[in-house]
Design a protein around this ligand. Structure first.
Ligand code: SF4
Ligand code: SF4
Length: 251
């Protein structure tokens, strides 16, 4: 917090000219899979509290950022450097499977650019929080003067009748299904659904429990996925611009 305040005091509150800069050195970011050879020790998978990592018999690593709460436990246990911190901020994806990083050649950057859509010039968002207040705060931050989603026509609106996009945070437990569906039903076409944060994407760490909190896709198909717990505002802007088909989202 002190470092953040010092940085704000030095830099002021101006909107940065650079889009999607890397996170600062002191920030943890999300883990990534590097080209360093995996020994297959399995320590990372054992340390991961959300079962986001799978290790194959021949050292194949599959890291699911849709289940990652960015606790950093895996990178600290990996002696080979196969898992490392990733401070890049273009981390959202249009397909759920693109959040799974592996040590095979495929990377997030391979995601095909979206076709320009009807929402390219502006996006009005109605957020439904199903229980992830940290992510709610970061969604709000993505439209503040620093990140300034408004320059892309991104605005949070109060009524679903004015919204193009339903941004869902939290794990969508059974009690929140009906309110979520009623909100979606009140929106006019074309409308999209965006899962914001690991809890909304996969329900972690509550999935499979008594409350049926298994993420938004247990209720509605999602058009974009924004990892993180909570996601950084740059992550959120990246996901929103991807969903719009905006060229600024491309790396
Ligand atoms: S940083 Fe993510 S993948 Fe690594 S241990 Fe924590 S939750 Fe699991
Ligand atoms: S990624 Fe690192 S910690 Fe995980 S199994 Fe491979 S060498 Fe072990």
């Amino acid at each position: 917090m002190i470092r953040t305040l010092i940085q704000l005091a030095k830099g002021g509150l101006a909107t940065p000219a650079e889009l999607f800069p890397d996170l600062p050195e002191y920030s943890r970011g999300l883990p990534m899979v590097t080209d360093a050879r995996c020994s297959g020790c399995g320590d990372c998978a054992e340390a991961c509290p959300t079962s986001a990592i799978r290790i194959g018999a021949a050292g194949e690593v599959a890291l699911d950022r849709g289940r990652c709460i960015a606790c950093d436990a895996c990178t600290g246990t990996c002696s080979t450097g196969t898992l490392a911190a990733d401070r890049r901020t273009r981390v959202a994806a249009l397909r759920r499977e693109d959040l799974v990083l592996t040590n095979a050649p495929k990377r997030i950057a391979d995601t095909p650019p979206p076709a320009p859509g009807p929402l390219r010039r502006s996006l009005h968002i109605r957020e439904v929080s199903t229980g992830d207040n940290a992510t709610d705060l970061e969604i709000g931050a993505s439209t503040n003067p620093i990140f300034d989603g408004g320059r892309f026509g991104i605005h949070v609106v109060a009524s679903p009748r004015h919204a193009d996009a339903l941004a869902v945070s939290g794990p969508v437990a059974r009690a929140m299904r009906e309110p979520l569906l009623r909100c979606y039903d009140a929106m006019a076409d074309p409308r999209i659904v965006i899962a914001v944060g690991a809890a909304a994407i996969s329900g972690v760490p509550w999935e499979g429990g008594y409350a049926d909190a298994n993420g938004v896709e247990a209720v509605l198909p999602a058009n974009a996925f924004i990892p993180g717990s909570p996601p950084h505002p740059w992550y959120i802007l990246h996901g929103l611009l991807l969903a719009m088909g905006h060229p600024a989202a491309r790396g």
